[in-house]
Design a protein around this ligand. Structure first.
Ligand code: DX5
Ligand code: ZN
Length: 227
């Protein structure tokens, strides 16, 4: 079977109700989410703090699709085992987060998870050129990481196209994270992305009590990409 490059929407629970992750995940999956994106922040690599591996473990049983853990932490190495043990399907680390990314990616795969590498908006595509055989996913940040609801940085779109051609036939997903909306999604989809993370654009207007807007928002992003 060929590699799945179909469009996938990965709602970020950074925009969900933090007091109610389990029900939020169930609601957004019932409304059509393809993956669940989990943003881990340390207050050091990024200027915000969210949660750690224990929270990931607690929410894991609520996720039926794919648990996509985005580590915005430095160092990452001491915590890889714990995040893998929490049940993450994908663990993504930042190429800017340490001097030994190659070793970190080996550790992720060694722990039984799929390995992702993320690039900040200021980091060129060439930073991951030597890592292509080590990764299952490349995450292109289209905002500076740390907060939801920021404005999409248009100059990152060219980098997506560059990475898509670098990847060739390799089985690597291209994920976009930050400022994805029905307006910006078609740009990155056309450039070669297949996983679109969306926080505020998916969770806006809805709630666990009234989840229909989650589905409308997901469908609006897909429709804008004509999918
Ligand atoms: C940003 C996070 C994103 C964030 C996206 O640091 O990595 O996953 O939740 O949020 P939106 O879609 O609102 O830009
Ligand atoms: Zn993220």
């Amino acid at each position: 079977m060929s590699f799945d490059r179909s469009l996938k929407i990965a709602p970020s629970i950074l925009s969900a109700d933090f007091a109610n992750f389990g029900q939020e995940i169930q609601a957004v999956e019932a409304q059509g989410a393809d993956w669940i994106h989990v943003d881990v922040m340390d207050g050091h690599f990024v200027p915000n703090i969210t949660f750690g591996p224990d929270t990931c473990k607690a929410i894991r049983p609520h996720i039926k699709t794919v648990m996509d853990v985005h580590l915005m932490i430095a160092p990452a190495d001491p915590y890889i085992e714990a995040f893998a043990a929490s049940g993450a399907d994908y663990i993504t680390v930042h190429v800017e987060a340490g001097a030994h990314t190659h070793r970190t990616l080996q550790a992720i795969r060694g722990a039984g998870a799929k390995a992702g590498i993320a690039l900040n908006p200021g980091t060129p595509a060439s930073a991951v050129a030597s890592l292509l055989d080590m990764v299952d996913l490349i995450c292109v940040m289209t905002v500076n990481p740390g907060f939801g609801g920021q404005k999409f940085i248009h100059s990152c779109v060219e980098k997506v196209a560059e990475l898509r051609s670098m990847i060739g036939d390799r089985p690597i997903h291209i994920e976009i994270d930050g400022g994805v909306t029905p307006e910006t999604a078609p740009l990155v989809r056309a450039a070669g992305a297949d996983v679109l993370v969306a926080g505020s654009a998916v969770f806006k207007g809805g709630s666990v009590a009234d989840p229909a807007p989650y589905g409308e928002n997901i469908r609006a992003i897909k429709a804008a990409c004509k999918e």
